[in-house]
Design a protein around this ligand. Structure first.
Ligand SMILES: O=C(O)CCC(=O)C(=O)O
Ligand SMILES: [Mn+2]
Length: 207
């Protein structure tokens, strides 16, 4: 584990191949109940380049009319999000030590050309709880800045099995994904193969 910025803890290879495969099975199950959908930017209505879904009591989404927000139901099926797999609750407890469980797990699926612009996670009422992210599949170049958009940034490679915890001062830091790195070596594990190049899970407290 290394603290790449104050409050930002990178755990390279936190999940071994067997754990990644087990997690991929759980996430494939979530996606079969709660199909991937495309969120749109507020106002412009432009589609985001990732496809997404969620598990847990609340799920993050965005559309032109309603903007960035959490909802208790899938925007297309209207069904509640599938429960958070046990494995994710256990990883959250181990890596964050936070006394309450995560309320949302956003599942982002990146194609090899998808990216995510620099942003803060700030649609949550609770900024004391850390954010925990897990990566599967291809490497990406992740960018981490400071609490202001113009702050200096660093680039970090996130690889399959890596965990990243943004806690304390890092909780409000701008971050994004510059690009997926060409990776023939790390395809998504079997149950997720064919969906894209990389899957990222982001667990958060919301309320
Ligand atoms: O894919 C990642 O590593 C970051 C995802 C992210 O920042 C988000 O969904 O808010
Ligand atoms: Mn984010």
């Amino acid at each position: 584990m290394s603290e790449i910025a104050r409050g930002a803890f990178h755990h390279p290879g936190y999940l071994d191949a067997a754990a990644q495969a087990a997690l991929a099975r759980d996430i494939a199950g979530v996606i079969s109940d709660a199909p991937l959908f495309v969120s749109r930017m507020p106002k412009s209505g432009l589609p985001m380049s990732v496809r997404m879904t969620n598990c847990g009591p609340l799920g993050w989404m965005s559309d032109r009319e309603g903007g960035y927000r959490y909802e208790a139901a899938h925007p297309e099926t209207g069904a509640p999000w599938p429960p958070m797999p046990r494995m994710l609750l256990d990883i959250w407890a181990e890596l964050t030590g936070y006394p309450k469980p995560p309320e949302a797990c956003l599942i982002n699926v990146y194609s090899d050309t998808a990216k995510m612009g620099l942003h803060q996670d700030r649609d949550e009422a609770d900024f004391d709880a850390p954010i925990l992210s897990l990566s599967l599949g291809a490497d990406c170049r992740f960018r981490l800045g400071g609490p202001k958009r113009a702050d200096k940034t660093i680039a970090v490679t996130l690889s399959a099995g890596d965990a990243l915890v943004l806690a304390g001062p890092a909780r409000r830091c701008f971050h994004g994904v510059d690009r997926i790195l060409p990776s023939l070596l790390t395809p998504l594990p079997g149950p997720l193969a064919g969906l894209g190049a990389r899957v990222n899970l982001t667990m958060r407290r919301v309320t």
